[in-house]
Design a protein around this ligand. Structure first.
Ligand SMILES: NC(=O)c1ccc[n+]([C@@H]2O[C@H](COP(=O)([O-])OP(=O)(O)OC[C@H]3O[C@@H](n4cnc5c(N)ncnc54)[C@H](OP(=O)(O)O)[C@@H]3O)[C@@H](O)[C@H]2O)c1
Length: 293
């Protein structure tokens, strides 16, 4: 399969490197200083804060036109529209691996409904200058990356994609309710991300008891307001468990290495959270309007 990875930030780089090293025909799209850096040095990548930096010569381009079997999109939520428009006139399936709570319809409207698949990356990491520092995998963080067709079917193309990721040793799972999965995740991510941002980082939020309590209440409210059942179902437990249990659990999480990616505090992260919050609000309003009809 000929693969284009759109977005050479943290997740695009991690996936491009591992697919390339597994022998997959992969090219990454980058722009501006990131394009110059990869052209000059390859993709620089290291495990965690202290791992040795390796340079991997993944092919890079600033021009996504060409023939691709599959285009993997790893950009921030608010950056998706521009990417889709640049892919509209091309061929190749498009797998969106992004925080996304607006469903498949707005994607299909631009690139064609039969081209779209949805997923969510479960790897994590941060940019440290030009170096991508990926989160070391532990049994706790080795979660399977969910991928699915918008209508929930298990198709041959989906099976081929899963096989490709597995060839690069990614844990992947076919998810028949991918849209609900993404909305559930957004209902969790938005209150958490906004509170981390307002507190000045995960450790600061862990220390700020009132703010942490109010984040937990907001998170429970956000999950309870969801138009669909939570997917995976255990997320629903968060909306019923008492704050007295959730506050210490979140405190532990915020102090752990698993919260590392939450330390990134850039304009792109804030814009992504705003856009995701807006997508969630719209989906709740659309659901209420459907109920009233
Ligand atoms: N990082 C994590 O640990 C993590 C974990 C789970 C899920 N996620 C989610 O995964 C998605 C991707 O996250 P990420 O951390 O990889 O983001 P990121 O590091 O900000 O990378 C996005 C990359 O896409 C590039 N890009 C955006 N629009 C482009 C365009 N039109 N043409 C070319 N390049 C373009 C950006 O370039 P510019 O810098 O020039 O804008 C940036 O290099 C997000 O939805 C995020 O929430 C992230």
């Amino acid at each position: 399969m000929k693969i284009l990875v759109y977005g050479a930030g943290v997740l695009g780089s991690i996936h491009a490197v591992r697919l390339y090293e597994a022998g997959v025909d992969v090219t990454v799209v980058a722009r501006a200083s990131r394009l110059a850096s990869i052209r000059e040095n390859g993709v620089l990548i290291a495990e965690g804060d202290h791992g040795a930096t390796r340079s991997v010569a993944v092919p890079v381009t600033d021009n996504p036109s060409g023939h691709w079997d599959l285009i993997l999109v790893f950009v921030r939520t608010h950056q998706v529209d521009a990417v889709l428009h640049s892919l509209a006139g091309q061929r190749g399936d498009v797998l969106l691996l992004v925080n996304w709570a607006a469903g498949p319809a707005p994607l299909g409207n631009v690139v064609g409904h039969n081209r779209v698949l949805l997923g969510f990356p479960t790897q994590g990491g941060v940019m440290d200058g030009d170096v991508v520092r990926y989160r070391p995998e532990t049994r706790l963080t080795r979660l399977a990356m969910p991928i699915g067709e918008p209508d929930g079917r298990t198709t041959q193309r989906l099976e081929r994609i899963v096989e490709m990721f597995r060839s690069a040793n990614f844990a992947v799972a076919i998810e028949p309710r991918m849209d609900a999965w993404l909305r559930t995740h957004a209902a969790f991510e938005v209150p958490l991300g906004l509170a981390v941002h307002a507190a000045g980082g995960p450790e600061a939020l862990a220390q700020d008891r009132p703010r942490l309590r109010s984040m937990v209440h907001e998170l429970k409210r956000s999950l309870a307001a969801m138009p669909n059942a939570t997917v995976p179902r255990p997320f629903g437990i968060l909306s019923v468990l008492p704050a007295a249990i959730l506050v210490p659990v979140f405190r532990l999480f915020l102090r752990s290495s698993a919260a590392g990616p939450l330390r990134t505090d850039s304009a792109a992260v804030s814009e992504e959270l705003e856009c995701l919050a807006e997508q969630l609000r719209s989906s709740v309003l659309a659901h209420s309007a459907r109920l009233e009809r």
